[in-house]
Ligand binder design. Sequence first.
Ligand SMILES: Nc1ncnc2c1ncn2[C@@H]1O[C@H](COP(=O)(O)OP(=O)(O)OP(=O)(O)O)[C@@H](O)[C@H]1O
Length: 259
Amino acid sequence: MMEEKLHKEPKKKVKDQAPIIEIKDLHKTFGHDNTILKGVNLILNKDENLVVLGRSGSGKSVTIKCIVGLIEPDKGEIKVFDENVLNISKSELNAIRVRIGFLFQSGALYDSMSVRENLAFTLSKHKRDLTEDEIEKEVMEALENVGLAEAVDKMPSELSGGMRKRIGLARTLILKPEIILYDEPTTGLDTITSREISELILDIKNKQKTSSIIITHDMACAKMTADRIIVLKDGVIHAEGTYEELEKDEDEWVRSFFQ
Ligand SMILES: Nc1ncnc2c1ncn2[C@@H]1O[C@H](COP(=O)(O)OP(=O)(O)OP(=O)(O)O)[C@@H](O)[C@H]1O
């Protein structure tokens, strides 16, 4: 009897893995008094899709731009892969940046280059020692990952908005990032195409084991992709939870996002 009980005892909990991104007390003011971030604390766990909600201008993009050094915060700590990115050299920061993919709203393709050339250009810029055959293989693999292998010879002008987004995503994926930062990935797309992009974001996480921060106003995208959601308000994280938790949040302002 005793032996059986011992057998059923749960295993000792292994120490939790360090977060892949950890932001502490992040502050940012533009100009004299345009204070946007007033102490943001944020954690992205490994293999997690974290959705960031917040009104326009609440500082969602500023926060993720701080992560990759595109904006310098006034105060705070940002750890990526356990490295304090605000205190490292440019070359160390670049080594970390290579492991992070961005899909920014402004991430346009080069119009004068075919899809193949757009992807090959990105790849050869970052990995200079690849042969042409290796580049072609990587280009086709990235396109297959977004379901657009047949578009390899097309020019950007021949692509629909949804296809451009997918190619943009393929260009991000070709560098095999461990973290992907998505800034409004479905903006400007119709409902069905938005859903396809959201499905792709989920698919990428499951297949490539990436961890992502997804800024969106598209609640269908949030519902489909989020493991966890945080809501930014007045320069701090105002609420946090799963989609199902936050849509029933006691704060009416938080619930209003879900209506
Ligand atoms: N480079 C910059 N220089 C000066 N001010 C800036 C800069 N970037 C952002 N801001 C200020 O920070 C505010 C928040 O910008 P941010 O792009 O983070 O908003 P957001 O929450 O992502 O909004 P949206 O949902 O509309 O994209 C802007 O309204 C602007 O006042």
